[in-house]
Design a protein around this ligand. Structure first.
Ligand code: IVH
Length: 667
């Protein structure tokens, strides 16, 4: 390659990699599979090695991606959190082994082989055996303080038990989410018209960086620990011994590690791991091979970015080739058009895949995916399969580039692309596809919970033009329902009764049911508590909205945009005129005003209540729960393992109460 060409390519790669780093580490929303990313990085490393003149200045090959976000305090790691060199090739493992023999002088090094967990890296600090801090990797040197979010992980003991703990220790590991939890949350997001996450890792990193702790508390996170940072007063010789002591402290550790001699045994262990990893609770994307002796680790040292004593071997994600039969376009509740690949069914990673995501128009254009193409489909940590690339050798000669429809495939309205959005939308609020989704959402469990109004019934009501807008539900007559398939008198009466009952649903259910963008069930509850009626909410100023705990600027914008639309105001008036009368206890009217004007801060683990339950009790009595202790705080409710907040409360002279005392006050 000519120098000029290399220089151009290096510039391009650096820019692309930086963009993908941002999507992965900060937005928790990567656009390309890990393997594709690793390929770009490997190409850049090769070019920088081949052209030393280009190997200078700032390059993503010389640092780790940065996950820090505004809104978090940062904390400096006592020992930097490095990244790992990784490879997909067995040959490179042998090269790693040879390098280590040379560097350590040990002819047959002992290795520990561990699963490589595909989660979010975190460093926990324990002082005198007590959990005091959790910090993300950040840029490797400084990370974001996520202590409170990590404290909510129930399976993490907040105090080390068993063996005597050292004076201080940084213990490293990965936060993850189980597949079931991932599917549960994605289901709720879909219902709320929010973008779904492609895999548990992205959802985990999105969760750990939420500023709203109540939102975090509603998502179940897990943790697994394997690494050592700084420590004081710890006697330890091997990585294997470290795993033993983690277990003695009752910390969650990996299911299995292999202590082996030489690289051939390590390779056998990797195969064994590959065969059993499907049964693990967390996603794994490879194996990590580490020198067992901590003294040897010290001796061989590290580069600026990664240790020389370890390497990650990554498992290739399963892929299969199949034919793209068609590209269908789904229209969501908010009008977003999502292209879906309709595939010739193919067997992949234990399931039959017949559909895969194509994300958006830009993605289809970038990959030049065409109907009739042979495409490579991958299912990695991705639960949702994705189309990776086209096999151009098999492209039919008469194929044409895919033209993203300019009009909505359902109602033919010209689509629009809003500023700052990648997606195209159908702007027609009366589009039957949107109406169907909107009505389904309105009737769903987390909204008005209308029994008997499932998808099949909604479909019929909309396609027969009986329901064009939400208010039409309250105009349905018995004879309308009797026209529907499989509808007898009894089911018609039951449905009418359920619709009637929904008129007195709680206010938050109605707010959620309206399907305002960015307003999930939790936010709807917050809004109902503070504003007390739809009218007051509709008139709230952006400042007033942001002042509500748990409402960020984005939600505030979504809410304002909704009520600024005349059609939405008219809809609400109509609903009211038809008898919808949401029950609207404001916070202080709900259960009394015992704690009116009183602010609580919760800290530590309570003996019987979860923090969420305690919060509900306090709020029901008119109190407010905030996250940090100040002179204005009235009470600190403290459980066991309470940390700095308790200290601060004592320093400021804030009254500290325990769970028993709280229950007494409430009684
Ligand atoms: S050891 C000095 N062991 O993978 C760095 N890392 O791609 C030592 N990871 O930054 C890291 N499982 O966040 C190690 N068993 C394991 C791991 C593991 C997952 C993560 C870790 C690391 C990243 C590198």
């Amino acid at each position: 390659m000519e120098f000029e060409e290399a220089r151009r390519r290096v510039g391009e790669l650096r820019q692309t990699i930086e963009q993908h780093d941002r999507l992965y580490f900060q937005e928790s929303n990567p656009e390309i599979p890990d393997r594709e990313y690793d390929g770009l990085k490997a190409e850049l490393v090769r070019l920088e090695a081949a052209f030393p003149e280009l190997d200078q200045g700032d390059s993503p090959t010389r640092r780790v991606g940065d996950d820090r976000l505004p809104g978090f305090a940062t904390y400096r790691h006592r020992v930097p959190m490095q990244s790992l060199d990784n490879t997909y090739s067995e040959e490179e493992l042998h090269a790693f082994h040879q390098r280590l023999i040379r560097a350590s002088g040990d002819e047959n090094p002992i290795y520990v082989v561990e699963p490589k967990i595909d989660g979010v890296a975190v460093s926990l600090t324990f002082e005198e055996g007590r959990f005091i801090r959790a910090v993300t990797r950040g840029n490797g040197v400084q990370g974001d303080d996520v202590t409170e979010n990590v404290r909510g992980i129930r399976s993490l003991p907040k105090a080390l038990s068993g063996a005597t703990p050292p004076a201080m220790i940084e213990i490293r590991g990965e936060i993850y989410m189980t597949t079931e939890e991932f599917q549960r949350i994605n289901g709720l997001r879909e219902e709320a018209g929010q973008a779904v996450y492609a895999n548990p890792r992205n959802l985990t990193s999105g969760t750990i960086k939420l500023l709203d702790r109540r939102e975090v508390a509603q998502r179940h996170l897990e943790i697994v620990l394997y690494g050592l940072g700084h420590s004081e007063g710890l006697k330890l010789e091997t990585q294997e011994g470290y795993h033993e002591i983690l277990r003695e402290w009752n910390l969650p550790t990996v299911e299995k590690i292999w202590t082996v001699e030489g690289i051939d045994e390590a390779w056998a262990a990797i195969q064994e791991l590959d065969a059993m990893r499907e049964g693990f609770a967390y996603a794994t994307d490879g194996a990590v091979i580490k020198l067992n002796s901590l003294a040897l680790q010290q001796e061989v040292g590290a580069t600026a970015k990664s240790p020389r004593w370890a390497i990650a071997y990554k498992f290739a994600a399963e892929r299969a080739e199949t034919v793209l039969r068609a590209i269908s376009i789904q229209v969501g509740r908010t009008g977003v058009l999502t292209p879906v690949a309709e595939l010739e069914p193919v067997h992949l990673a234990g399931t039959t895949v017949s559909r895969a995501t194509l994300h958006n128009a830009g993605e289809i254009a970038r990959k030049d995916v065409r109907v009739g193409d042979a495409v490579l489909v991958e299912k990695a940590g991705e639960i949702i399969p994705a189309v990776i690339e086209v096999n151009l050798a098999k492209r039919p000669s008469d194929s044409k580039p895919f033209e993203f429809p300019a009009n909505c495939p359902i109602c033919a309205t010209p689509t629009v692309q809003l500023e700052g959005e990648v997606a195209r939308r159908c702007p027609n609020l009366d589009c039957p596809a949107q109406v169907r989704r909107r009505v389904g959402h309105f009737a769903s469990k987390q909204s008005l919970d209308i029994d008997g109004l499932g998808e099949a019934v909604v479909d019929q009501l909309v396609s027969r033009d009986l329901v064009k807008r939400l208010s039409d539900l309250y105009r349905l007559k018995r004879e309308d329902l009797l026209e529907l398939e499989k509808f007898g008198e009894k089911s018609a009466d039951n449905l009418l009764r359920a619709i009637e009952i929904s008129k007195t649903a709680e206010l938050w259910r109605v707010i959620h049911g309206l399907g305002i963008q960015q307003v999930g069930a939790t936010t709807a509850r917050d809004l109902a508590r503070v504003f007390g009626s739809l009218d007051e909410l509709a008139d709230a100023t952006p400042e007033g909205l942001v002042a509500v705990e748990g409402i960020g600027e984005k939600s505030a914008e979504g809410i304002r945009a909704y009520f600024d639309l005349e059609a939405n105001r008219a809809l609400i008036d109509e609903l009211m005129a038809l008898g919808l009368k949401p029950e609207s206890p404001k916070g202080d009217e709900a259960g009394g005003s015992l704690f009116e004007g009183k602010t609580f801060v919760l800290t530590g683990t309570l003996p019987s209540l979860t923090r969420d339950e305690a919060r509900v009790k306090i709020e029901a009595a008119g109190g407010r729960v905030t996250s940090s202790v100040s002179r204005k705080t009235d009470f600190v409710l403290a459980g066991s393992d309470a940390g700095s907040k308790l200290t601060k409360a004592r320093k400021l002279g804030v009254e500290v109460v325990d769970e028993d005392r709280l229950m007494e006050m409430l009684a």
